[in-house]
Ligand binder design. Structure first.
Ligand SMILES: NC(=O)c1ccc[n+]([C@@H]2O[C@H](COP(=O)([O-])OP(=O)(O)OC[C@H]3O[C@@H](n4cnc5c(N)ncnc54)[C@H](O)[C@@H]3O)[C@@H](O)[C@H]2O)c1
Length: 278
């Protein structure tokens, strides 16, 4: 019996190896939750290129790993930009696993980065659609089910250090993540009376698939001699002297999902080794 035995969790964007979503899903499954691994499954358009998204085989492999480790897991393909698909994902969780207790909006894109004067309207929209509107869709459908169930719940967005500070070449990304701060503050007010908490987790850099792309990109932007050099400079400015690990974020999510965090809502919790103090 784990802390989340008898509970069902959905983690969006959890079908990519080495991602924060995979680590979060694993942690929740290890502690007894039945977990839905959800992701795009295949490229859809220019904003979701192959190699940068969770493919169907990867989703299935991650779910199979969790089952092999003793957990309960299913998969469901969902583009979080499409409200009907997000509703179908929530229905899947309820029908397959018997309810919905934890919803983690983890899906995000951070590989459309450009200098301000090169950003096109479609670049802006592509990022906001996934990172902010997609998270709102998830929160909206999860909240409706949790309110109807009447047994409380946990809704968590994986925001970012970019929810608190600005970053160059990342106007849409930082705006989408700052937007999540407003989203949890307002949603928490309406959902508190139902025992549903709504929070953001704000990691600093983690070398996931997305993070590795950012290392390549930003090491060139700052003129670092190499990606290794760029990462050494990054580690030197972080009080804990290393970038984040997927497990650091998973620990924070597990805490916010636990009974111990029942009185914590509307928060945006930094998991940044002290790099982000706000
Ligand atoms: N890696 C970091 O440094 C870092 C730091 C802070 C916050 N984050 C945030 O953490 C989350 C996970 O990122 P990650 O670093 O693990 O990268 P990742 O690329 O491994 O995970 C992101 C996932 O989102 C999925 N996704 C993208 N568009 C989608 C859509 N329309 N519908 C459904 N799924 C979609 C991708 O397929 C991918 O599996 C993101 O929200 C990201 O912004 C990452």
């Amino acid at each position: 019996m784990g802390r989340f035995s008898g509970k069902t969790a959905v983690v969006t964007g959890s079908g990519r190896r080495k991602g924060l979503g995979e680590a979060i899903a694993r942690r929740l499954a290890q502690e007894g939750a039945a977990v839905v691994i959800s992701d795009l499954g295949a490229p859809r358009d220019a904003a979701t290129p192959g190699g940068m998204i969770g493919a169907s085989e990867e989703m299935e492999a991650i779910a199979a790993d969790l089952r092999a480790e003793g957990g309960a897991a299913s998969t469901f393909v969902c583009d979080v930009r499409d409200y009907d698909q997000v509703r179908a994902l929530a229905r899947h969780a309820v029908e397959r696993h018997g309810g919905l207790d934890i919803w983690v909006n983890n899906a995000g894109i951070g590989y459309i980065m450009k200098p301000l004067l090169e950003v096109q309207p479609q670049d802006w929209t592509a990022v906001i659609d996934v990172n902010l509107t997609g998270a709102f869709f998830g929160l909206r459908v999860a909240a409706e089910i949790m309110v109807a169930q009447g047994r409380g719940g946990r809704i968590i967005n994986i925001a970012s250090q970019a929810a608190k500070s600005g970053f160059p070449h990342a106007q849409a990304y930082t705006s989408s993540k700052h937007g999540l701060v407003g989203l949890v503050r307002s949603a928490a007010i309406e959902l508190g009376p139902y025992g549903i908490t709504v929070n953001n987790v704000c990691p600093n850099h983690v070398t996931t698939g997305l993070g590795a792309w950012q290392n390549e990109y930003f090491s060139k932007v700052v003129g670092a001699a190499s990606v290794d050099d760029y990462l050494k400079q990054m580690a030197a400015r972080i009080p804990m002297r290393r970038p984040g690990l997927p497990e650091d974020t998973a620990h924070a999510v597990a805490f916010l999902c636990s009974d111990e965090a029942v009185y914590i809502t509307a928060e945006s919790l930094n998991v940044s080794g002290g790099e982000e103090p706000h």
